[in-house]
Design a protein around this ligand. Structure first.
Ligand code: KIV
Ligand code: ZN
Length: 525
């Protein structure tokens, strides 16, 4: 049979919003450097459009979008903006350096959003749609307009807004399922009907944007494409507001694996999906659930005897796609303290990581230190170590040493030395238990208002010498910051995780008064 090249009609545009809708979800904050790293990977793996952030939201968001726009080689770089002229202008400024850029401007159109959120009448909203698209078009030829809460919008009003947006110059029309409410049949029908009813619908590409509140984001997105949409908005690992967005890796592999049902093509190199998942999980400190489709640890694991027997006879008995097709390599090397740098690098490639030379060198030093302390090094140990390397590469405050007195005699005491921008500072603190003592010591060194929202420990592997992986989430001024720390010593892992979350908070805010004061004191004395 002759291979068919996909025509424009069959090509589905992948619009990744990991750095905007994904990063918006509580606790998934990424630092500036992490955003650049994620964007570089998305750009390389074939994402058509990267929604790099919401430039008006903060100086940090603006800077990240702007730098991503400067660096992107292939992808269109997009920024989000509300309807206000200053939002749109700020967005345009941020994306300006990109070879190809897009403004994505949105406005709520559902009765409940118009009445309570916007407090505007439909005719006022209609006028705002025309004004926002017109303004965006004055900056760039590539403008996307979204009808926020589109799936709960009255049909005729939706059609009128879509028609007006296209007339004003929108080249992509997104009808989001903002609250994750729709169903596949309903969403497919919505696109079919809007495209049929809007007279100028042929002048724009229609886009799906689904949230996963009822667990149907991917199914709904694919249904929307069956209804005529040709752009899918999604995120790596499905991260996003509340229950998340449609997962990019699931969309791509559903189209690839069930091409008989979804006869479309994307430009994504699927063998990079595992790497993307690992990078985003490490950067956000958001773990991927074990049984997550495509990129979960168990996605290709066969445990039951019957399944293993079938797999040994023919992999197709229980495998609808190969692990290699999503970038999982068969792991072959057993790592230990005698393993060299080359073997370590090879193992990282098997696990789906690609580190810069500096990161690789640091991770290798950490690996050697771990191998000295732990008899058996499992893949999970290396993953925890590398995730930490990725997440802490640009931290300003790092642990140097920790001594803890714990046990029944009390008081539990922690003596902690940290490195702040190259200067060492030590503090001793007591607490109600060793973890409390450590956190009190950190608090004394780096005074801050953040509240501890989550403290969680889990063993990376089995065995009493297993590494502990601690997750810490801190909340301050309505934002939360999550980080992980791994170490064979649970208390060291706890200190690393807390410092990791603090570092994220600092990078988001630009500075934390305690750190700046201490640096100044160190410089002075
Ligand atoms: O979910 C949503 O409606 C959005 C819009 C900004 C597109 O994220
Ligand atoms: Zn959204």
């Amino acid at each position: 049979m002759a291979t068919q090249t996909p025509s424009d009609k069959d090509r589905v545009v992948i619009f990744d919003t990991t750095l905007r809708d994904g990063e918006q979800c509580p606790g998934a904050t990424m630092t500036h450097e992490e955003k650049l790293e994620v964007a570089e990977l998305l750009d390389t793996m074939g994402v058509d459009i990267i929604e790099a952030g919401f430039p008006i939201a903060s100086e940090g968001d603006f800077a990240a979008v702007n730098e991503i726009a400067r660096r992107a080689k292939n992808s269109v770089i997009c920024g989000l903006s509300r309807a206000a002229p200053k939002d749109i202008d700020r967005c345009a400024e941020a994306i300006r350096p990109a070879k190809r850029n897009r403004i994505h401007t949105f406005l709520s159109t559902s009765p409940v959003h118009m009445k309570y959120k916007l407090q505007k009448e439909p005719h006022e909203v209609f006028e705002m749609v025309v004004a926002q698209v017109t303004r965006a078009r004055s900056h760039t030829d590539d403008v996307e307009w979204s009808s926020e809460d589109g799936t709960r919008t009255e049909f005729d009003f939706l059609c009128r807004c879509v028609e007006a947006a296209i007339k004003a110059g929108a080249t992509t029309i997104n009808i989001p399922d903002t609250v994750g409410y729709t169903t596949p049949e309903e969403y497919r029908e919505l696109f079919r009907r809007v495209i049929e009813n809007v007279p100028n619908s042929d002048k724009a590409v229609f886009s799906v944007h689904c949230h996963n509140d009822l667990g149907m984001a991917v199914a709904n997105s694919l249904a929307g494409v069956m209804g005529g949409a040709r752009q899918i908005e999604c995120t790596v690992n499905g991260i996003g507001e509340r229950a998340g967005n449609a997962a990019l890796e699931e969309i791509v592999m559903a189209i690839k694996t069930r091409n008989d049902v979804f006869p479309f093509a994307t430009g994504i190199d699927a063998t990079m999906l595992t790497r993307a998942s690992k990078l985003v999980a490490a950067a956000t400190s958001f773990p991927v659930q074990y049984n997550k489709a495509i990129v979960g640890r168990n996605a290709f694991a066969h445990e039951s005897g019957i399944h293993q027997d079938g797999m040994l006879k023919n992999a197709q008995t229980y495998e609808i796609m190969t692990p290699e097709s999503v970038g999982v390599k068969q792991t072959s090397l057993v790592m230990g303290k005698h393993s060299g740098r080359h073997a370590f690098q090879h193992k990282l490639e098997e696990l789906g990581y690609q580190l810069s030379d500096n990161q690789l060198q640091d991770a290798f030093v950490r690996f050697k230190a771990l191998a000295d302390r732990k008899k058996q090094i499992y893949d999970e140990d290396i993953e925890a170590l590398v995730d930490e390397e990725i997440a802490t590469a640009h931290d300003r405050v790092k642990i140097v040493s920790l001594t803890v007195i714990a046990g029944t005699m009390g008081p539990q005491t922690a003596t902690l030395t940290v490195d702040i921008d190259g200067q060492h500072t030590t503090h001793q603190a007591t607490g109600n238990g060793p973890v409390d003592a450590i956190f009190n010591a950190i608090h004394a060194i780096v005074p801050h208002e953040a509240k501890l929202e989550l403290y969680q420990v889990h063993a990376v592997t089995e065995g009493t010498d297993a590494q502990a992986e601690v997750s810490v989430r801190l909340a301050a001024e309505g934002r939360s910051f999550t980080a992980k720390g791994a170490d064979p010593d649970t208390l060291v892992a706890s200190a690393k995780a807390y410092l990791g979350a603090l570092n994220k908070m600092m990078s988001k805010r630009g500075k934390v008064p305690g750190v700046e004061k201490r640096i100044h004191a160190n410089e002075v004395g």
